[in-house]
Design a protein around this ligand. Structure first.
Ligand code: AMP
Ligand code: ZN
Length: 111
């Protein structure tokens, strides 16, 4: 989508530190990290909210979660990590393009 920050990053219209990219998604560093390692995995297809995803989109999310588990070394999260998806206003979602937060690199606080 035209005004979407993550679509702009994918099209290289905005800068980012990209750690991984394939036909389904990219993994970038979060610009405002909430943990020692804070990455965002972003499916290429623009869907605003996780509750709008089709089965195809959910399958991509499953692939992403699998990929993360196989790339722990490269991502710096070998001692464990937390995956977070925010949905809508109460969930604290600020970017309307589904994404998975990857947090780790240190012992995370309980929530
Ligand atoms: P959420 O609040 O779940 O929608 O998460 C959006 C995340 O995107 C936040 O953690 C922001 O810090 C992050 N973010 C926003 N703009 C950028 C950007 N240009 N590059 C990297 N991360 C960004
Ligand atoms: Zn988008």
């Amino acid at each position: 989508m035209e005004d979407c920050v993550f679509c702009k990053i994918r099209k290289r219209e905005l800068p980012s530190t990209t750690l991984y990219k394939d036909d389904d998604m990219m993994i970038i560093k979060d610009i405002n990290p909430q943990a020692k390692v804070h990455l965002i995995a972003i499916p290429n297809t623009h869907v605003p909210y996780i509750d709008m995803m089709t089965e195809e989109g959910i399958n991509v999310l499953a692939k992403i979660i699998s990929k993360i588990s196989h790339c722990q070394e490269e991502l710096g999260i070998t001692n464990g990590y937390r995956l977070v998806v925010n949905q809508g206003e109460d969930g604290g979602q600020t970017v309307g393009h589904v994404h998975i937060h990857i947090l780790g690199g240190e012992k995370l606080k309980d929530f």
